[in-house]
Structures are given as C-alpha cells and as structure tokens.
Design a protein around this ligand. Sequence first.
Ligand code: PLP
Length: 424
Amino acid sequence: MSELLARHRAVIPNWVGLYYNDPIEIVSGKGNRVVDADGKSYLDFFAGILTNMIGYDVPEVREAVERQLATGVVHTSTVYLLRGQIELAEKIARLSGIPDAKVFFTNSGTEANETALLLATYARKSDQVLAMRQSYHGRSFGAVSVTSNRSWKNNSLSPLNVHFLHGADQHLAQFRGMSDADYIAACVDDLRHVLSTAVSNDVAALIAEPIQGVGGFTMPPDGLFAAYKEVLDEQGILFISDEVQTGWGRTGSAFFGIQNHGVTPDMMTFAKGLGNGFAVGGVVARGDLLDALHAAGVATFGGNPVSMAAANATLDYVLDHDLQANAARTGKIIIDGLRAAAQRLPVVKDVRGKGLMFAVELDTPAQAARFMEETKKAGLLAGKGGLRGTAIRMAPPLTISVDEATEGLGIIVNALEVINAEAA
Ligand code: PLP
C-alpha cells in the first residue's frame, strides 16, 4: 500500500470508496486528460465524476476565476447583490423552460435535492413523496430517503413517507420482452395503483433522474415521464427532475435530460458539471414555489462569487461551442461502436446510453473490476456502479474530439475483448 493510501485509510471513512487496486492520485489535467503522480496520462472518460464537464484547465474558466480572485472578493455574503449569481440565474431560468422560473444556488446536488423536497413538502403540506427504484439523490436525510438501493441507504431512517415506482427496471423478468409502450403503460398502472393503495394522503412530489446515474445509467424509456406527468397533474403532484448528471446537453438529444421525455417539470435540481470542478448546485423552479419558502434562509456559500464566475464561464462555453451537438456526435460514434462490439462479445450483456452518458453491463462485479484495471493500464478512466456493481459508466467531458472518442472506444473494446476471452 502506498504511503498516501495508508494515510487516506487512517483518516477518511472507509465508505468513501476508491477506484482501482492501486488507487491513483491525479496531480494535473489539461484538455480531456489528467496525469497521475507517476506521470501516467489518462483520457478521462468519467470527467472526474461528471464534474469536469468541459475538461481540465480551460482558459476561459481559469481566467474568469482569476479575475474574480483579483477583486479580493472570494466571498462576502448573499445579503449583498451578487452580479455573477444574478447573471447565472437568468441564464438557467431561461434554459430551463420552466415558466416564471427562479433559481436558488447551493453547494452540492444533495443540498439541491434537499431544498427541492423541502419546497415540495412545504407547498403541498404533505410528507408523502414518490421516487424511483434504483435512484440516487444524495447523502442527506431527505435525499437518502428518496434514494433506492439498500446499500446506499445504509439502513437509515426516513423523515419522508416515500413510495418507490417502477420505471427504470425494464430488465426485470416481469417486464422483459415488453415494448417500450407496453412497459410505460404498465408503469403508469403501477403509479395509479400506488396512488390509490399505498399513500395515506395527498402526495407532495415525484423526484426522478431522467437517466439514473449511480444506478448504472439505467434508462427509463423516452416518454415515461410524460405519461407519469399526466397522472401527477390530475392530483396536483409536483415533479422534480434531478438533472445532477443529465443536465447541460450531456444526453446530446436535449439540454436537460427530462426534455427527452417532452416534459417541463416544476423543479429541476443540478450540480456536478456546472462549475467545471467548482462547487455549484441549485434548484430552478417555478417562482411561486421558491418564493413560498420565505423562512428558509440562505445557503452561506451558495452562489458565491468564485463558483459563479466558474459556472458562468462554463455554461457560456457549453453554449458558445454547442457542446450538446458535440455530445450527440461523439456519443453516437462510441455507442454505435460499443453496440457493434457487443454483437461478437457475449460478455457484454447490455450497451445503453444517450450522447456522452453511456454504459456497458457485464456479467459479474469481478469483470467490472477487471475492466477498470485493463482500461486504467491502457490510459483511460471510467466509472463503475449500478445496483449489482456490474455496470461500467462512462461520461467524458462534453469537449471530447472525434479522435478522442475513437481512441477511447478502441481502449474500451480492447478491454472488453480481454474480459470476453477470459470468460470463454
Ligand atoms: N443526484 C444525482 C443524480 C447524483 O448523481 C448525485 C451524486 O452523485 C447527487 C444527486 C448528489 O450530489 P452531490 O454529491 O453533489 O451531493
């Protein structure tokens, strides 16, 4: 064990997982690549953890942050007018498509979801919430209650009365072989059944990820949430789309993941990539919902000037370079390539994805671990996860070039070939 790993083990909780048998320390980054302490370079196909949305050491972001630092104001307080915060909120409100939207900034996705749940339960005077099976929404008391994987919940108690819906588990035996339309109809039946049997009074909200991130990039079929929304609207149930992983054009086909379903939610939560590494999260919601929570106070560091400088520069970069289109173009090369490889590699059980958010499902957690080691050796970083620990999750920066997409695809396919040969 390296000296740094021993020190990590001594002072960091053991549930803070590390990737790789010999975990790496990243010491620098440029473009879409990072370098570890031994000088080895990696193409980052996980973008940190979807945090480095436009890559590393981007001059536009660095200069915006440096300009802010040069003013001497790292942070004062949200009791003063903050130009960067107002500008960013204006952009996000416009892009969200939510009518009369306002934005509340937090420091993380967990805090954003906590705020959205607080808004919804307050507005509807109900502690009843709907969430999706296999979801992940964060580590706080409310966010963990709407998270649906026993191991991620750590047997925690729940402050909310949560009912979990089907919608991202089309692979289960009871749904296998169904068309998307039939599966959606079955899920809507289930939703209606839950609403008439499981809940004990009005329901505040449904919270859902358009593509389940930690759940292994599990993909509810397009249109599912539009079908759900019709039922929710009948009962005035609010809809919160957790866009922490799916926002800002990552799926290629839409700017926010939920737009793939033709739905405008009441609230969206975001974090991860927006600050390109700087901590920015938030909720964009109908103004009346956000205004109603007048007594909630501020998040001391939410919307701080340095994070806002980074986030404004990042979002401008995404829009100026039409990175949504790049996600669609480069993602298609990779997903098509993976699907072709899967035809001849039986070890690959599933290839799924949209834009630059794609996953490969293997048979066993040991194979997933093997994949991680093989790709690391070849100079590519990926993520693993999913309910059974068999999904390989990949989400490169939205800035990857066609050449980098092809290079990454080659490394992934080589690793899958090795694992397939070993399994034969
Ligand atoms: N929501 C989703 C969909 C996530 O993937 C995550 C983190 O992985 C969170 C919320 C929590 O965000 P954070 O880790 O910034 O608190």
